[in-house]
Write a protein that binds this ligand. Structure first.
Ligand code: SAH
Length: 386
């Protein structure tokens, strides 16, 4: 993802941080350089002008970039990224192939089928029939892919929104979906899965995956906070700290090195997808993070795991900093001031997560935290919007 050039997808979040590697030190921004010094640097004109043009090569012939902006899942780039996330895709494949007894002669609904990959796994594992529902233009590709691979008699692709389509059957035995967004809940596709569950799933039916948990930990991140947040205090000698305020409110999606972790990890919330209601995705959860060493803390970091508990062997994956990286990375919430913490001291507080009222696909996060340590006394509330 760090090398990705396509930025139209929702999962290729606007807030994703790209850590630039400057090969040429001359390109580094020197905050204190004089007008004369600044003027001598190369302006790199050719590249700059190209940046403003939409890249037609990534668009289909009858599509404009605006279409893709509003319908990001229609472009193959986002599906390529998801399919190449082997932690994600292999886990689903293993769950399905190694538990084919669950699928044998069952009717399956694939909520948000994309390229149809999960439907193909299910068909191969022996499902009686699979309904692959996809609302983006990718549904046409899924249809073609199903045909080319010889599964037309088992998989029916339906193009449309789950909330609007009519299924040719009244009930399904299994609902499978890969609905998770950044910070688990960004994009809010979980509601779509719950809608499908309540409308079509038989009473003893399965939802895969059936558990998702959100966790919180704390990290040292001086270098990157300086680069992404404090940067705005002095830009070529000008005070742009009004943008700093905005940058503080926007959680950053990036991979965190496990050596940056200073505290334990706290489970915030476990969602039981088979039983929960849409309202359960909004919650307030308390936390207590205990320092495992003396260090500074610049940010709290959220991540999630999902599991398939109905399998022969409990299966799942984590998106945490100690696990192999996924395209979800982690979600970094910077703290207004740097905390100095000593081993054994703890940050206590709560996190409130709620759907944004204006745009239900966005998530509002409120963080309350306090530390009363030997070196640091802090009590604060901060708000973020994803
Ligand atoms: N199942 C695929 C794609 C997962 S991404 C895979 O695992 O690779 C989620 C997909 O759900 C996207 O393609 C998106 O367009 C689709 N989607 C999101 N909301 C939807 C809805 N309400 N109805 C139908 N499809 C939806």
């Amino acid at each position: 993802m760090e090398n990705s050039t396509i930025t139209t997808g929702v999962r290729q979040n606007r807030s994703t941080k790209i850590r630039f590697q400057y090969e040429d030190d001359d390109l580094e921004l020197d905050q204190d350089e004089t007008i004369e010094e600044a003027a001598t640097g190369s302006s790199n004109l050719e590249e700059d002008s190209a940046m403003c043009e939409p890249d037609d090569s990534i668009l289909g012939s009858d599509k404009t970039s605006a279409d893709y902006y509003f319908d990001s899942y229609s472009h193959f780039g986002i599906h390529e990224e998801m399919l190449k996330d082997v932690v994600r895709t292999k886990t689903y494949q293993n769950v399905i192939y190694k538990n084919s007894f669950l699928f044998k002669d069952k009717v399956v609904l694939d909520v948000g089928a994309g390229t149809g990959i999960l439907s193909l796994f299910c068909a191969k594992a022996g499902a009686k029939h699979v309904y692959a529902v996809e609302c983006s233009q990718m549904a046409d590709m899924a249809q073609e892919i199903v045909k080319v691979n010889g599964f037309s008699s088992v998989i029916t692709v339906l193009k449309g929104k789950i909330e609007e389509i009519e299924l040719p059957v009244g009930q399904v035995d299994i609902i499978i979906s890969e609905w998770m967004g950044y910070f688990l809940l960004y994009e809010n596709m979980l509601n779509t899965v719950l809608y499908a569950r309540d409308k079509w799933l038989v009473s003893n039916g399965l939802v895969l995956p059936d558990k998702a948990s959100l966790y919180l930990t704390a990290i040292e991140d001086a270098e990157y906070k300086e680069d992404k947040i404090e940067f705005w205090n002095n830009v070529y000698g000008f005070d742009m700290s009004c943008i700093r305020k905005q940058s503080m409110m926007e959680p950053l999606v990036d991979t965190v090195d496990q050596n940056q972790i200073v505290t334990n990890s706290q489970l915030l919330k476990t969602m039981n997808i088979s039983k929960m209601t849409a309202g359960d995705a909004s919650f307030t959860a308390p936390f207590k993070l205990v320092a495992e060493r003396d260090d500074y803390i610049h940010a709290l970091v959220a991540y999630f795991d999902v599991s398939f508990t109905n399998c022969h062997k409990l299966t799942g994956f984590s998106t945490g900093p100690k696990s192999r990286a996924t395209h979800w990375k982690q979600t970094v919430l910077y703290l207004e001031e740097v905390l100095t913490i000593c081993q054994g001291e703890n940050i206590v507080g709560s996190m409130t997560v709620a759907q944004n009222r204006k745009n239900p696909r966005d998530v509002d996060i409120t963080l309350k935290y306090s530390l009363s340590g030997r070196r640091c006394l802090v009590s604060r509330t901060q708000s973020y919007k994803m």
